[in-house]
Design a protein around this ligand. Structure first.
Ligand SMILES: Cc1cc2nc3c(=O)[nH]c(=O)nc-3n(C[C@H](O)[C@H](O)[C@H](O)COP(=O)(O)O)c2cc1C
Length: 216
């Protein structure tokens, strides 16, 4: 089947894109409301796009009445947010935080999650999350009714058991985030496997990379 995105209605584009660009990692994004309480919302239009500078990107839609979601309003005002990664043990609480509720609702409290102060931003992080990244807003790209937010990571918290003793490599048997598939479907990461290049291919690559170095 072919779909011409120039003529396809936005709701069909959404359904197709979110059905096939999967699995998408889930950021449980915390922000500070103007009244001072915590706001939390899951976002799966989310990923990391660079390490220098360390940039995370969120895609945040507006509400059906055109008003921005609390997350967008808060991060525009404060310039700060925290991305809390979501594993299986946080799945039910993440769904609670995704409910469209009034701005005065503290979703962390509603979901029974524990707010911890962040180190470099005035936003709470989620104590139960295996990994939390404190971010400062780098840039907001506005489209009618939605915003793409680039945030620079300024601090990362990782629960000790998710890393090896040297704090370098993830322990995949411990850190098992969930990710969003189509509609209400999700997937865990408990069936990981390794893929390696053949020795021949690795040699060809090494030769090519060496050829790029300046000649002495
Ligand atoms: C798994 C999951 C992923 C979501 N991803 C997004 C997303 O990427 N962008 C978005 O605008 N809303 C997304 N939502 C919906 C928001 O979480 C929801 O609209 C929430 O109520 C927004 O809260 P806020 O007004 O406190 O920001 C997602 C919901 C779930 C459950």
């Amino acid at each position: 089947m072919e779909f011409d995105f120039a003529t396809l209605p936005a709701s069909d584009r959404y359904r197709l894109l979110t059905s096939f660009v999967v699995p998408r990692p889930i950021a449980l994004v915390t922000t500070r409301a103007a009244a001072g309480h915590n706001n939390a919302a899951p976002m799966s239009f989310f990923n990391v796009f660079a390490q220098e500078p360390p940039i995370l990107i969120l895609g945040i839609q507006g509400r059906s009445n055109g008003v921005e979601k609390d997350t967008t309003i808060n991060l525009r005002r404060t310039g700060e947010f925290v991305v809390n990664m979501v594993d299986q043990s946080l799945a039910d609480q993440m769904i609670v935080c995704g409910a469209g509720l009034a701005p005065e609702v503290d979703e962390l409290k509603l979901a029974g999650l524990t707010a911890l102060p962040a180190l470099k931003v005035d936003v709470s992080r989620v104590a139960e999350s295996p990994c939390a990244m404190e971010c400062r807003v780098e840039q907001i790209i506005d489209y009618p009714g939605r915003a793409i937010v680039l945030g620079q990571v300024v601090q990362m918290h990782v629960r000790d058991d998710c890393l090896d003793a040297a704090g370098r490599y993830v322990r995949p048997e411990v850190y098992q985030p969930i990710a969003r598939l189509h509609a209400d479907n999700y997937i865990g990461s408990d069936r990981q496997f390794q893929l390696k290049k053949s020795a021949e291919l690795a040699d060809a690559e090494a030769d090519f990379l060496a050829s790029l170095l300046p000649k002495a």
